[in-house]
Ligand binder design. Structure first.
Ligand SMILES: Cc1cc2nc3c(=O)[nH]c(=O)nc-3n(C[C@H](O)[C@H](O)[C@H](O)COP(=O)(O)OP(=O)(O)OC[C@H]3O[C@@H](n4cnc5c(N)ncnc54)[C@H](O)[C@@H]3O)c2cc1C
Length: 386
């Protein structure tokens, strides 16, 4: 589907994202990775391409893109550069949460600048002592005159160095509450994190909230137990984006490996003609095809408002992230020593793919969650959960 009639007048679909990735991301991804940042000029280029929040309704400057098409877009960006896709993922999570859970005033204030990319968003959940176990989060939100006071430290925050607004989760009474906190709010401190294994250009930071006072309007969704829903629904969107991005890594590994094995000969044979090499390539082709079907299924169920999308998204992310790690390793192997050097992108895919197994629900958490479905149905092992 090509969307042309947007408030910003920008046509965006997967084909446009593919062209953008080939023309603008692929040639720059190595430099972004080496320098550990995505420059502002490039972020503005993404704005001009309408990439930041095309799923938002046109009245807020989005393109009303379906989830199915959004997944395809994120797969294309992830094929080009996982750091850029990571920045897009956290921005998407924040913008989606404001659109889904925000009041009319919050949507009017935040969504248009988020759609244009005039404001970039980041999401603050993880703490030095709590990641997978969100019940262990220690940041607190307490009532203060006219609003709330936030205290706590958030670590590993993608885009934290660059974001203009944070969606920060803190314990408020018996539940978790989410707050929109502009970067310049007194008491917000950002400390860059460098030398990350993968997604090295995603501008990670530790973000400290030192008695940060925010107005009541900063609270997104209801305070109390219900706001667990804000967190879980937002994580589902992030997981979907990472599933698509991991699919992009598999496709990038396949492209690089097909090109290399068609150009390199060993002992008088082209690599592409060696059976053990072909086995690796065929596994990449198969998992790329299967991963695409799983991501598309999750997207279609989201578009239909079908709650089974949540499990479909877990399964898609589990499949594509673990397959990406496996195939990025195979791609380095296929490239031999060249795979370990700076002249080929596969070393970056290898480092980035490992990160996909940790973020948005680690592999182990996915295994625990997906296994539950075997016990939900009268016939154990049924795949009808999705
Ligand atoms: C590059 C990068 C970007 C990130 N971006 C963000 C961001 O933007 N915002 C944000 O809030 N966070 C972010 N994170 C943090 C990420 O979400 C957490 O790292 C993730 O949730 C895992 O938490 P943890 O690192 O504390 O690991 P832990 O929870 O300490 O887990 C350690 C290990 O134990 C395993 N484990 C945990 N529980 C169980 C269990 N019950 N059974 C078996 N095994 C278990 C885990 O799978 C993992 O292998 C980012 C992390 C990275 C590396």
């Amino acid at each position: 589907m090509v969307v042309t009639d947007t408030a910003a007048g920008i046509a965006l679909d997967a084909a446009a994202a593919r062209r953008f990735a080939d023309d603008h991301i692929v040639p720059r991804a190595e430099r972004f990775d080496r320098e550990g940042r995505v420059p502002d000029e490039f972020l503005r280029q993404m704005s001009r391409a309408g990439l930041w929040a095309p799923f938002l309704p046109p009245e807020f400057g989005g393109a009303g893109l379906s989830f199915t098409e959004l997944g395809r877009v994120h797969a294309e960006i992830g094929r080009g550069c996982s750091s850029v896709r990571s920045l897009l993922t956290v921005h998407t999570m924040l913008a989606w949460a404001v659109n889904r859970w925000g009041t009319e005033d919050q949507r009017a204030r935040w969504l248009a600048p988020l759609a244009r990319g005039d404001l970039l968003g980041a999401v603050c959940i993880t703490e030095p002592e709590a990641g997978s176990d969100t019940a262990g989060l220690a940041a607190t939100a307490t009532r203060a005159a006219g609003g709330w006071r936030l205290t706590g430290t958030k670590k590993w925050i993608t885009g934290g160095q660059r974001a203009d607004v944070f969606l920060a989760y803190a314990r408020a009474g018996s539940g978790l509450a989410a707050f929109l906190v502009p970067r310049g709010t007194p008491g917000v401190e950002v400390e860059p994190l460098a030398d990350i294994l993968g997604t090295r250009a995603s501008m990670l930071a530790t973000v400290r909230f030192r008695d940060v006072e925010v107005a009541s309007e900063a609270l997104l969704g209801p305070a109390s137990f219900v706001s667990g829903l804000v967190l879980s629904s937002m994580l589902d969107i992030g997981r979907y984006s990472v599933a698509a991005g991991s699919l992009g890594i598999i496709e990038a590994c396949l492209d690089a490996s097909a090109a290399y094995t068609s150009a390199r000969s060993v002992g008088g044979s082209m690599l592409r003609d060696l059976q053990l090499i072909r086995a690796k390539i065929s596994d990449m082709v198969t998992d790329a095809a299967a991963g695409r079907l799983l991501v598309e299924q999750a997207g279609r169920l989201k578009d239909d408002g079908d709650p089974r999308t949540v499990m479909a998204t877990w399964i898609a992310k589990y499949f594509t992230s673990t397959a990406a790690a496996r195939h990025a390793s195979a791609a380095v192997q296929i490239h031999g020593a060249n795979g370990c050097g700076p002249g080929y992108p596969v070393a970056r895919y290898y480092r980035d793919a490992k990160v996909m197994e940790i973020i948005e629900g680690s592999t182990e958490i996915q295994q625990l969650t997906i296994a539950n479905t075997a016990y939900w149905h009268p016939s154990p092992g049924s795949t009808s959960v999705v």
